[in-house]
Design a protein around this ligand. Structure first.
Ligand code: SAM
Length: 259
């Protein structure tokens, strides 16, 4: 069971620590204080995970059972790598028999059993490279991708929603029958068309807010379970729906309204 961390911790560090006023800007100091006092951060350290995000995946899995039996997993937006750690573990992936492919445009330290691509997922070549890296048909596509923040909240939301949408179409192109798709989204942000597409292709579609996702954050996860199996295969770039072209230089479609 994924127990929520309570009160203190076993890392030897007390919660409720303050960062001294000094050179840091007030907003950076607040971020640092929140980070070092976050029980999930401390627990990730203790359990050897690269990020607190591990607990979001573990919590979602505990309730919705998506990891068990997965043979090949693709992890989108994987750095620093806690979801990939879990993926390698559940698939028994090894360097000799790779079953997990991970992509991030940030550099990521190597992980046993994980083929890491340092590449933008919106690059037209990313889908084919991921499929080559994972070495077979995946039964789970997980995406924790979040667009780099610009400071303009609505722009950030639209960009992350776009990543979620491109990831969803990728999942439908590549998943094995019965497979699942999990992606980061935002409260109120999932487009009707995307939800309809997922409902047509999966047996169950739901939004989830795990306890380990900060309450003040509008982050949520979109889970589509039980792919019905009409895999399209990776569409050539010019045959994708207009607003899904993998072109990182293009802006996200202006029509997306987060309400
Ligand atoms: C919240 S972090 C992922 C944490 C990860 N799940 C873990 O457990 O360690 C989101 C990641 O998405 C990546 N990302 C955002 N946009 C991306 C893109 N277009 N292509 C590849 N990675 C992207 C970011 O670089 C960032 O590392």
């Amino acid at each position: 069971m994924v127990k929520p961390p309570i009160g203190g911790n076993r890392t030897g560090r007390k919660l409720g620590q303050k960062v001294k006023k000094g050179k840091l800007k007030a907003s950076s100091r607040r971020w640092l204080e929140r980070h070092i006092n976050d029980p999930y951060v401390q627990r990730a350290k203790l359990e050897g995970y690269r990020a607190r995000a591990a607990f979001k995946l573990l919590e979602i899995d505990e309730k919705h059972n998506i990891l068990k039996g997965a043979k090949r997993i693709i992890d989108l937006g994987a750095a620093p790598g806690s979801w990939s750690q879990i993926a390698a573990n559940v698939t028994n992936s090894t360097d000799e028999d790779i079953r997990v492919a991970a992509i991030d445009f940030l550099e990521m330290d190597q992980l046993p059993g994980v083929k890491i691509l340092q590449l933008d997922f919106l690059d037209p070549e990313a889908p084919a490279k991921l499929m080559e890296a994972v070495g077979g048909v995946p039964d789970l596509v997980i995406s924790d991708m979040a667009a780099p923040t610009t400071g303009h909240q609505k722009t950030d939301h639209i960009r992350t929603m776009h990543l979620c949408e491109v990831a969803a179409y990728f999942a439908v192109e590549v998943l094995a029958e019965g497979g699942h798709f999990l992606a980061k989204t935002f409260q109120g942000g999932t487009e009707k068309d995307l939800l309809n597409m997922l409902k047509q292709n999966f047996r169950q579609v739901m939004h989830i807010k795990p306890a380990s996702s900060r309450q003040e954050s509008v982050e949520m996860f979109l889970l589509a379970k039980g792919f019905k199996g009409k895999r399209t295969g990776i569409l050539p770039h010019d045959e994708r729906p207009d607003d899904l072209h993998y072109d990182p230089r293009e802006d996200v479609p202006a029509s997306e309204d987060l309400g």
